[in-house]
Write a protein that binds this ligand. Structure first.
Ligand SMILES: Cc1cn([C@H]2C[C@H](O)[C@@H](COP(=O)(O)OP(=O)(O)OP(=O)(O)O)O2)c(=O)[nH]c1=O
Length: 192
């Protein structure tokens, strides 16, 4: 039985390492991540994680781990900003308010699938022009849902969260360990 990380996110690889796990292969899936018209953030995030898991080619006994992180501002889905202008728009919309960060995890073994959605409430302070400009110049917004990363410079804008810190970063480790165990993967060395 091999562990396949179906993700190109370096954060997910690091968070897996936090559990003491190293994947046997890293196979980032290539799927269309556009939301459907009117699709709400949580079902969208769960759907994308499932589609990622389905898109990874693996042997029937391999365990495939995929996830998707979506920032939700009310009913609005904030994906990865296309450019600095969009990142600025997201950060101005998020500042001074609470939003939700959803990470859906999907574990597949053969045709069996185990999934969890982890929702974390996050408060971002209202950003001054200097803070916004410094953050845009840092490039840390690139490739991050909602245009920020709590684990970097962006952490200075987050005075409060309620939920899973590792979920916000991209892979909630407690739930991931439970899903891998449910799929029979020996997280703590035990076979099943
Ligand atoms: C909100 C937030 C998101 N992110 C990142 C995690 C994810 O990598 C990214 C959301 O994009 P995803 O589409 O979830 O993942 P990805 O494209 O990086 O990788 P893959 O689809 O191959 O698994 O945003 C942070 O690193 N910190 C944060 O605080």
């Amino acid at each position: 039985m091999g562990l396949i990380l179906g993700s190109g996110s370096p954060r997910r690889l690091e968070l897996l390492a936090q559990l003491g796990l190293t994947p046997d292969a890293i196979l980032p899936p290539d799927i269309d991540e556009d939301p459907a018209r009117g699709e709400l953030p949580r079902p969208y995030c769960a759907r994308i994680a499932r589609e990622k898991a389905a898109a990874v080619t693996a042997a029937s006994d391999d365990v495939v781990l995929c996830a998707d992180t979506t920032v939700a501002l009310g009913r609005r889905i904030l994906g990865k900003p296309a450019d600095a202008g969009e990142a600025a728009e997201f950060l101005l919309a998020l500042g001074g308010r609470r939003h939700q960060v959803i990470t859906a995890v999907a574990v597949r073994r053969g045709d069996r699938l185990w999934t969890r959605e982890v929702v974390t409430a996050v408060k971002m302070k209202r950003l001054s022009d200097a803070e916004l400009n410094a953050y845009l110049a840092s490039d840390e917004w690139r490739g991050k849902a909602g245009g920020y990363a709590i684990q970097g410079l962006g952490g200075a804008f987050i005075p409060w969260i309620s939920g899973s810190f590792t979920g916000v970063v991209g892979l909630p480790v407690a739930e991931t360990a439970a899903l891998l165990q449910a799929a029979g993967y020996p997280v703590y060395g035990e076979a099943s």
